[in-house]
Design a binder for this molecule. Structure first.
Ligand code: GCO
Length: 457
């Protein structure tokens, strides 16, 4: 740690109370590997990744970070960084290999040990029930476009909560239903690779209902649990003052954010987007009122990465909502996302003003960069360190403005399987050599550890 880094870490740390919940996040398919171990069933990501042409370089999550086997050493690493909380996801096909019925004991045992291992190291477990690895058997029956998925998620939730609910205090039902529905069931760039805006809207509809059912199921088994759902919220702004761009930005924000946030807070779907969808036939066969009786949440989990500058764009073949995001200009991270630290504050303030959640958490925030290779036991990833520093100041600004954001999780702990990008995009504060499985703390990770040291409770 250089003198400059030390001063920067102290400057961040002094803006947070002692013991503030600083953590890191991961997701099962992105890190676990061991896809056939101990009775795990197949997920839509196994199928998708093994379909030629889908993933960059033909990468798959077959091995990933091999975390399923290395979890103990990985927990030691988390403890050495000083993490106070860890957000992980549970692989549904390890628990119910075919997506239904009696659980696979070995799968439950794995997460049981993981949770105990976290608690033994003083790290608070935050469990995401579903981070996109749907059992393939359910997809074969229609996946998220079928109402069957709603019932299945509730059954799975109750199995898991019965086993872990006595020790896991924070539950996130779904990770980013927006991304999962649009990318997986709309543009086909994620598993299961289905296309059509109507199928995405239908999938999202069932995710809303499934979140409510899973929330009830968790509470029935773990009455003290705090339950939330995770939405990704970018800062959306019109790229110009032209009325067309302003209107496009409103539609864009409506389809990507309000379509998800409004039902979460019991408001049903937003009228403007519903009218657009209706006019395009995207709501055929959907009972829009079914999402109105929302299940209250204890906290809202928000993933924040970037700003989107939106322009008006033509709708082709009934596809989309007539918006496009500018792909150049401004500061960009390694996958082209615009880096806009103050957007973290703006998004939190906006969500607080519009929806007034009792509590919030940033459950993902981070960036990919073309890191240099490890040298002398470290990776000099100054751009990521700086990203982290600036976003943590924005988080402190939001807290200073009275936003009740009680935890922060960096995405991600490890370099991992970045979905369609395979292993080409590294998001970790820990470098992973995928040939040797060697872990190396990056400069950003040292910086984070230093902040954690200075905020020790
Ligand atoms: C997400 C995903 C992560 C991604 C990250 C970077 O929730 O979008 O949770 O799995 O890896 O966002 O793209």
């Amino acid at each position: 740690m250089t003198v400059v880094d030390e001063a920067a870490a102290t400057a961040v740390a002094m803006r947070f109370p002692a013991g503030y919940r600083f953590g890191a996040a991961t997701a099962s398919y992105q890190i676990e590997g061991a896809v056939t171990a101990d009775g795990r069933g197949q997920s839509i990501w196994d199928t998708y990744a093994h379909t030629s042409g889908r993933i960059r370089n033909g990468d798959t999550g077959d091995v990933a970070c091999d975390h399923y086997h290395r979890w103990e050493a990985d927990l030691d690493l988390m403890a050495s960084v000083g993490l106070r909380a860890y957000r992980f996801s549970i692989a549904w096909p390890r628990i119910q290999p075919a997506g239904r019925g009696s659980p696979n004991a070995a799968g439950l045992d794995h997460y049981d040990r993981l949770v105990d291992g976290l608690l033994a190291r003083g790290i608070e477990p935050w469990a995401t029930l579903y981070h996109w690895d749907l059992p393939q058997a359910l997809e074969d029956g229609g996946g998220w476009t079928s109402p069957e998925a709603v019932e299945r998620l509730a059954e799975y939730a109750s199995v898991v909560a019965r086993r872990l609910g006595d020790r896991v205090g924070h539950w996130i039902t779904l990770n980013e239903p927006r991304t999962h529905s649009l990318m997986g069931y709309g543009v086909g760039r994620h598993a299961p690779g289905r296309t059509g805006w109507a199928s995405a809207v239908r999938a999202a509809h069932h995710m809303h209902l499934a979140h409510a059912g899973a929330t009830r199921a968790i509470r029935a088994s773990a009455p003290a649990a705090r339950v939330g759902v995770c939405h990704d919220v970018n800062l959306v702004v019109p790229a110009s003052e032209r009325a067309e761009d302003v209107a496009a930005a409103l539609r864009h924000d409506g389809a990507l954010h309000r379509w998800f946030l409004d039902p979460t807070f019991g408001r049903g779907y937003p009228d403007d987007v519903a009218a657009w969808y209706d006019a395009h036939g995207f709501l055929d066969g959907i009972d829009v009122d079914a999402v109105r009786p929302a299940e209250p949440i204890d906290f809202l989990a928000v993933n924040y990465y970037r700003r989107e500058r939106v322009v008006d764009a033509p709708v082709r073949d009934g596809w989309g909502i007539g918006s496009a995001v500018l792909e150049d200009g401004g500061e960009r991270s390694g996958n082209g996302w615009e880096v806009w630290p103050d957007g973290l504050r703006e998004v939190l303030v906006r969500v607080r003003d519009d929806y007034a959640p009792a509590e919030m958490a940033i459950t993902e925030n981070g960036a990919t960069y073309d890191d240099p290779p490890p040298v002398d036991g470290t990776v000099e990833d100054e751009p990521r360190r700086s990203y982290l520093e600036r976003h943590l100041h924005a988080l402190a600004d939001a807290r200073d403005a009275g936003v009740p954001v009680e935890a922060y999780f960096v995405w991600s702990l490890f370099d991992n399987f970045e979905w369609a990008e395979g292993y080409t995009k590294r998001f970790g504060v820990v470098h992973v050599d995928f040939a040797t499985q060697q872990r190396t703390l990056k400069a950003s990770g040292r910086f984070y550890a230093n902040i954690l040291r200075h905020t020790r409770g």
